[in-house]
Design a protein around this ligand. Structure first.
Ligand code: F6R
Length: 368
């Protein structure tokens, strides 16, 4: 059932355009209104929310980190993101106007389930973003958005993650529609971009040869760093996690702005550093990351740069340039994550590891 692929993981990476299309299916009317039919929460309830807390573990947590940027920007509702097992064991400020969003591919992660119960006990509304129909977390939640990615068999989450991102964007845009914090044409523009995303992502997959080759070159590297800012920061964390869990290589993701506060001391001759560069826009984000690349190159880093395909500033700064199609900054994680998934999958394959069943890991962690 691997459809000719060597691993379920690789198959699931290549399924992402379709999976994202399925997450989007039926959510957007031809009359320009977003609909989340299965949500089970009324518009009145959604208008009352004054704080959002996203709880999740692992890769799903990184989806939550991305979601925070989008939700706060589009809805102006304060949004926190917390590891479910941390949220569970402190004394969070939660009340009936708090929306707790639990992101879980399996819907069975014990830490995330305990966080859901903890939130519900305190009167919060709980919304699950989940891939597994009828699993425990959506059953115990007030509301649900299913990602419809199809079964994810590889232990490392791939299409689970990118469809979680899309579901989070849908939630953010829906809240913006209900609360009137974005103009209809702005929602329409973003929805059009999302609806293009399966095709855009297909292009990233079709042009993935350089990243596969890179995995061959890096098989002996003891350590790899990942840098990003804004929504590129969680992408960096996810790239590092994939490498750890599949290739058993030490990898760390940092917020690029944090470099000079410590991590830059790690940068030495030949250290591979992946950098996620935001699209060139009206803000300073892009230029800040570009100057971070110059800083690490000056210290000998080998730079693998994920940046827009027509960005004139990248060529002199990149040992390897992974070209990404042009999209809005907030949506870029969907594209930027995929080459990092492929890189980890390929590197682990070349090292002879079992990509679908990495050592010490289980697909769903049903114990605390
Ligand atoms: C990493 C990975 C894990 C899961 C985490 C949460 O590739 O798969 O970090 O993301 O265990 O799992 P779910 O989403 O099923 O709650």
């Amino acid at each position: 059932e691997k459809d000719g692929f060597d691993w379920f993981m690789r198959k699931e990476i290549y399924e992402q355009p379709k999976a994202i299309g399925d997450t989007l299916l039926g959510r957007y009317d031809t009359d320009g209104a977003l609909r989340l039919d299965e949500l089970r929460m009324s518009e009145a309830e959604l208008r009352r929310i004054d704080k959002i807390i996203i709880v999740a573990c692992g890769t799903a947590f990184y989806a939550g980190l991305v979601a925070k940027y989008a939700i706060e920007h589009w809805t102006r509702i304060a949004c926190e993101v917390e590891l479910a097992h941390e949220f569970r064991y402190r004394d969070p400020i939660v009340n009936p106007n708090t929306l707790v969003v639990c992101i879980s591919q399996s819907g069975e992660t014990a830490d995330s389930l305990m966080a859901v119960r903890h939130a519900a006990e305190q009167g919060a509304k709980v919304l699950a973003i989940c891939n597994t129909n009828g699993s425990t977390i959506p059953r115990e939640s007030d509301a649900v958005i299913y990602t419809h990615a199809g079964p994810e068999i590889g232990v490392a989450s791939t299409k689970g993650f990118t469809t979680q991102l899309v579901a989070c964007y849908l939630l953010g845009l829906y809240l913006a529609q209900v609360r009137g914090t974005l103009f209809g044409d702005e929602i329409a523009r973003l929805m059009a971009e999302l609806e293009e995303m399966p095709a855009t992502l297909q292009r990233v997959l079709d042009e993935s040869e350089p990243v596969l080759k890179l995995a061959g070159d890096f098989a002996e590297q003891p350590s790899v760093l990942f840098l990003g800012r804004h929504v590129g920061y969680p992408v960096a964390l996810e790239g590092a996690l994939k490498l750890k869990e599949l290739a058993y290589i030490h990898a760390e993701g940092f917020a690029a702005g944090e470099l000079k506060h410590g991590p830059i001391a790690l940068v030495d001759d030949g250290l591979p550093v992946f950098v996620v560069v935001p699209p060139k826009g009206r803000d300073m984000l892009h230029d800040k990351v570009v100057s971070n690349i110059a800083e690490i190159r000056a210290r000998g880093a080998l730079t693998v740069v994920l940046a827009e395909e027509d960005d004139p500033e990248i060529e002199p700064l990149a040992d390897v340039w992974i070209r990404l199609p042009k999209v809005s900054t907030l949506l870029q994680p969907v594209l930027a994550t995929v080459p990092l998934q492929l890189f980890a999958c390929e590197l682990a394959t070349r090292k002879g590891h079992d990509v679908d069943q990495p050592r010490n890991l289980a697909k769903s962690v049903t114990v605390e």
